[in-house]
Design a protein around this ligand. Structure first.
Ligand code: C2E
Ligand code: SIN
Ligand code: SIN
Ligand code: SIN
Ligand code: FE
Ligand code: FE
Length: 372
């Protein structure tokens, strides 16, 4: 078999440009790492490329070493990669098993046999080392890396480092957002004397229904993260109404019903996917399939699937819990109401999926039950 001739300068630039274009369209940290690894592999002719990232506490390095595998974490002082990072040193080795710095743990986990290896540390703008490019097993005849491979990888590594820093920031912002959303949701609930576990359960129930009705894993996760916000508008409802020990009169009811639109108004202006989803959930979680809900009296599939799902999850949890205005219902009564409201309050398909997946709901309820 003829080996591919090595790349010339133009081809290398073209390769880098192609990858940069792809990278610029990506938002997800894992996707970015995967594309950076593809780029490192293409540039050097390696069989594998792994992006190692230094942990926040600077004690570990972690990577996704193989597709479909969980992250792997090594002590930052361990192995050839750790060595390259600790000493800020590029390393080329022809046969790692004859190098006493090599840590064979990763090979043991992946079942892959490493022979040659090249590692280039990556630093951010302040010259702090944030990780390393590691390529393994050159696909040429000698199966070893040379200086030219190193130069090529270095070309890419500065850009890779910048991309990683930016991606990490984005990820941190997103994580922070999730936390803010969750906390705000929990505050809304705690003011109304519901427990923090209510929003957690509604989140998990929503995800089960989302997956069961065929939404993608990403959308199901998004809904899970957004649904704790469904009652965020309750923060604007006066205590005297929110925490009234008994049933509402008509006037109180009208005021309470504004919590859906109020919640929507609080977050509708964000373009972030998470807050967009949260605003839909806040707006539509009290709409009913037959058009008798509030605030807009939407019906059927005009109610966003996120709204239909959260409606069911919220009511299931509300009925099964003590509220300041009512005692918890027993399961038989809840199931009877769900059957009665199939196609009235609730999307009939979702009710069917609820009963099909009842064991999962009950497991979540048991796991996240309220402690007193
Ligand atoms: P929540 O307590 O979280 O209840 C959410 C939804 O679960 C309710 O939306 C309703 O669809 C259902 N649900 C809860 N308890 C019952 C019940 O005993 N019977 C029936 N058939 N359905 C129930 P809804 O009605 O739009 O209420 C929204 C929120 O308004 C409630 O959230 C609660 O915070 C408050 N609320 C509603 N009615 C009263 C009331 O009479 N007194 C007080 N203090 N708060 C109320
Ligand atoms: C090492 O750096 O020595 C081990 C890491 C690896 O084999 O991927
Ligand atoms: C509610 O207002 O929470 C539901 C009304 C009912 O108990 O039927
Ligand atoms: C659907 O499953 O009904 C479509 C999703 C949506 O409501 O936007
Ligand atoms: Fe609500
Ligand atoms: Fe709720």
């Amino acid at each position: 078999m003829k080996h591919k001739k090595s790349l010339d300068a133009n081809e290398i630039l073209e390769l880098i440009f192609t990858f940069l274009t792809e990278l610029s369209s990506l938002r997800n940290y894992d996707d970015i790492i995967r594309v950076l690894a593809d780029m490192g592999r293409a540039l050097t002719g390696a069989d594998r490329c792994t992006i190692w990232v230094v942990s926040d506490d600077k004690k570990k390095i972690w990577a996704k070493v193989a597709h479909g595998m969980d992250e792997i974490e090594l002590d930052i002082h361990s192995g050839i990669v750790g060595n390259a990072i600790m000493n800020n040193q590029k390393i080329i080795i022809d046969d790692v098993y004859s190098d006493n710095r090599f840590n064979p743990d990763v090979d043991k986990i992946t079942g892959y046999v490493t022979k040659s290896m090249m590692v280039i540390p990556m630093s951010d703008n302040d010259n702090r080392i944030i990780g390393a490019f590691q390529v393994i097993n050159h696909k040429n005849e000698q199966s070893i890396f040379d200086k030219r491979d190193m130069e090529r990888l270095m070309l890419a590594s500065t850009y890779a480092a910048e991309t990683l820093v930016a991606a990490k920031l984005t990820k941190e912002i997103e994580d922070t957002q999730k936390e803010v959303v969750f906390t705000m949701g929990a505050i809304g609930e705690s003011r109304s004397k519901e427990t923090g576990n209510h929003v957690k359960r509604v989140a998990e129930y929503s995800k089960i229904l989302a997956l069961a009705c065929g939404l993608s894993f990403e959308d199901a996760e998004l809904l899970k993260d957004a649904s704790p916000m469904h009652d965020i508008g309750k923060v604007a409802i006066p205590d005297s109404i929110l925490n009234k020990p008994g049933r509402f009169d008509a006037q109180e009811r009208l005021i309470m019903d504004t919590h859906a639109e109020l919640g929507y108004g609080m977050i509708k202006n964000s373009d972030r996917p998470l807050l967009k989803a949260a605003s839909i959930v806040a707006y539509e979680h009290h709409e009913k399939w037959d058009g008798t809900g509030y605030p807009r009296k939407l019906s059927g599939e005009n109610i966003h699937i996120y709204g239909r799902i959260t409606a069911l999850a919220d009511v299931f949890d509300a009925l099964g819990s003590d509220r300041i205005y009512k005692k918890a219902w027993d399961d038989e009564r809840i199931f009877a109401l769900f059957k009665e409201e199939r196609g009235k309050h609730f999307d009939p398909d979702l009710i069917d999926l609820f009963f099909d997946n009842l064991d999962k709901f009950l497991k979540i309820r048991e796991k996240l039950k309220d402690e007193f």
